[in-house]
Design a protein. Structure first.
Length: 202
């Protein structure tokens, strides 16, 4: 349970070919330069599914095929935000319409990125669910990936005129770890299937 002052945020957990979609927050916003699962605030009267469809259309320019119920919830430190992570299936090619960059990463790669606090906790939960106590090693950044600067403290919001031209992200290719490919795919599908089955029993 969360108090009435809490602001609920839906975070979309999107997987393709064993890679997970992360978006980098622009400078000038809270956790600027950090990576997160895309999403945004749930408006009064909105369901998680409706909020996810609206936010992902605005942020990534994609459609939403299915949304699972929240599987993890974390309070963002020092703010009223409560981030709830939902498995989501999308259609279309994600573009960075509001973020500075979007990227498909393996869990090992995600662990090396500067993640927002709630997202870091959720990535750890993903790793534990898929691998148990055997956590995959986080190797060096992928070829062609530049080192990421440290996250900066929150600054004044950027004006709309300072936003960069939207950029698209390349479709993910299968990672070297065949086990991680099937595990990621099965994880998302299992989460949504379990939600649908639960709904039929209610």
């Amino acid at each position: 349970m969360h108090d009435s002052s809490s602001v609920v945020v839906v975070a979309a957990v999107i997987e393709r070919h064993g890679r997970w979609l992360l978006a980098r927050r622009p400078r000038g916003k809270r956790y600027g330069g950090c990576w997160e699962f895309p999403g945004g605030k749930v408006r009064r009267g909105e369901t998680f599914a409706r909020a996810a469809r609206r936010e992902l259309a605005e942020e990534l320019g994609v459609g939403v095929l299915a949304v699972g119920s929240p599987r993890a919830s974390f309070r963002d430190p020092g703010s009223p935000y409560v981030v709830r992570f939902c498995a989501v299936e999308i259609e279309g090619k994600p573009r960075a319409l509001e973020h500075s960059e979007v990227r498909w990463v393996t869990l090992a790669e995600a662990r090396k990125l500067p993640l927002a606090p709630s997202d870091r906790r959720f990535v750890r939960q993903l790793v534990l669910r898929q691998y148990g106590t055997k956590v995959p090693a986080a190797g060096p950044p992928a070829s062609g990936t530049l080192p990421l600067p440290e996250a900066t403290a929150p600054e004044a919001p950027m004006s709309s005129s300072s936003r960069k031209t939207p950029t698209a992200t390349a479709e993910p290719t299968a990672p070297d770890r065949a086990g991680e490919t099937s595990a990621g795919r099965d994880f998302i599908r299992t989460m949504i299937a379990e939600d649908l089955e639960s709904g039929r029993r209610d």
